[in-house]
Design a binder for this molecule. Structure first.
Ligand SMILES: Cc1cc2nc3c(=O)[nH]c(=O)nc-3n(C[C@H](O)[C@H](O)[C@H](O)COP(=O)(O)O)c2cc1C
Length: 190
């Protein structure tokens, strides 16, 4: 089992990063191979909408630090995406990656959503937010879950949500949500 973890927070010990680390440590203990990319440390462009990945190539033709990340997803069984909520959405670091995954969609004549990824990968989506009301940003995960299932052929999905974490309130001090990360890894690895 291969787990690929993408960290969308610019903070080294960010809430989403710490939760992702707990998830990954647990998955590793249970036998998964884990590879992590800190998106904020990479240099990459957003999708150019050039459609070369439809017409001429089965890969994104932009060559930058996301090239290896996009390749690593092809090899992974489990994709972990961890993000803070920024203005009601994922961080720009993560959104930049997500837009480039359009290169996995073959867009052939018979099927507009023919994925180039092997089907049935698992998505673990970790979202941390300042607002303590869990309904406030309840649209984010379903939105990306839809695309990863319909466009990229993902199978099972898991959602880890941590609300009310802003300023000095940190997930590390909240055993409930840390436990949720651990338990989610146990479920995925079962
Ligand atoms: C630019 C910016 C925008 C934010 N926008 C929101 C928001 O729309 N809703 C919210 O609940 N929290 C918002 N927050 C708070 C973060 O989502 C929250 O502190 C989160 O736990 C940070 O995660 P991290 O430590 O992994 O970076 C924002 C923070 C920043 C810096």
């Amino acid at each position: 089992m291969k787990t690929l973890c993408l960290l969308g927070s610019p903070k080294v010990r960010g809430n989403s990063t710490v939760l992702a680390a707990r998830y990954c440590e647990t998955a590793e203990k249970l036998g998964s191979q884990v590879q992590t990319f800190i998106l904020n440390k990479l240099s990459y462009s957003g999708c150019q909408g050039c459609r070369t990945c439809k017409a001429k190539s089965d890969r994104c033709v932009l060559k930058d630090d996301l090239t290896d990340v996009l390749e690593a997803v092809r090899e992974a069984d489990v994709l972990v995406m961890a993000t803070p909520v920024y203005f009601g959405d994922v961080s720009s670091q993560l959104k930049g990656f997500i837009d480039r995954t359009v290169s996995y969609v073959a867009d052939d004549d018979t099927n507009p959503y023919a994925s180039r990824l092997s089907p049935g990968k698992t998505l673990v989506f970790i979202q941390t937010q300042g607002d303590s009301d869990e309904m406030i940003h309840a649209d984010i995960f379903p939105k990306y879950e839809f695309f990863f299932k319909k466009w990229h052929g993902f199978g099972e999905t898991y959602f880890i949500l941590a609300c009310g974490f802003i300023g000095k309130v940190h997930v590390e001090d909240c055993e409930d949500v840390m436990k949720l990360a651990e338990e989610t890894a146990e479920k995925v690895m079962a």
